[in-house]
Design a protein around this ligand. Structure first.
Ligand code: IPE
Ligand code: IPE
Ligand code: MG
Length: 225
């Protein structure tokens, strides 16, 4: 049976859910946060060590300002309210993505959240914020060039945001679209991909466990036979 070290999730479908149920995309984002909390607990139960959540992409800045502001406020509020709980549960928070465009206020909250939870060992959450895989790779190449480091597979890997964690075993995308939307293109090279019809706020612990169970039985070849 396959062991699971790392699950990555593209939490898609909040906007559509919000429009359908509450006539507001933003309320869909709020509903999506409840799913995050449920999935967090279940990840711990399953003894999975790394969970990467795609929260905001480098392309999401194209959205209306009102939605962007709402999303960042939601995150800010969540962290201020929940970081102590996360800490008590031995969860480590790590932000991956380009911090350049993040407001000074949120940057401070993020830094503080990372600092408080730095030593926790039970589960590491990578929150992908202003994350784009192409942006990550470009940054990596620029670092290598600047430090005059030889371009090798290993040196590229060592300079990604995810340098000290294993690649995802499982990628889940909810929201009924089969695309990666610039998410972890390097790291997903050999991940098992699960595209779910359900919108993120409707995704349940039962759905999650069905995926985990199915993954455990897959024969992973990594090019071998
Ligand atoms: C994903 O849900 C969450 C973010 C991008 C922040 P969407 O907001 O993309 O929801 P849909 O795809 O429009 O329904
Ligand atoms: C991917 O969803 C980004 C996040 C879930 C944060 P999008 O809704 O932005 O993806 P596209 O634009 O439909 O490909
Ligand atoms: Mg979407």
């Amino acid at each position: 049976m396959n062991q699971i070290q790392h699950v990555a999730i593209i939490m898609d479908g909040n906007g559509r859910w919000g429009l359908k149920h509450k006539n507001s995309r933003n309320l869909g984002h709020k509903a999506g946060l409840s799913t995050v909390e449920k999935i967090l607990k279940e990840t711990i139960k399953n003894k999975i060590k790394f969970l990467t959540l795609f929260a905001f992409s480098t392309e999401n800045w194209k959205r209306p300002q009102k939605e962007i502001v709402y999303l960042f406020n939601l995150l800010e509020e969540f962290l201020l309210k929940k970081i102590e709980d996360l800490n008590k549960n031995q969860i480590k928070l790590k932000i991956i993505g380009n911090k350049k465009k993040i407001s000074t206020k949120l940057k401070k909250i993020l830094q503080n959240s990372e600092k408080i939870t730095k030593k926790n060992k039970r589960l590491q959450i990578n929150l992908a914020l202003n994350y784009g895989s192409k942006d990550e790779l470009l940054n990596t190449f620029l670092i290598l060039k600047k430090k005059n480091i030889k371009i090798t597979l290993e040196n590229i890997r060592k300079n990604l945001y995810t340098h000290n964690i294993p690649d995802p075993d499982i990628l889940i995308r909810t929201g009924n679209t089969k695309r990666l939307s610039n998410f972890m293109l390097w790291q997903l090279a050999y991940s098992e991909l699960y595209f779910e019809k359900k919108l993120w706020p409707d995704f349940t612990v039962k759905d999650y466990n069905r995926i985990i169970k199915s993954f455990k039985r897959i024969k992973r070849n990594f090019g071998n036979i």
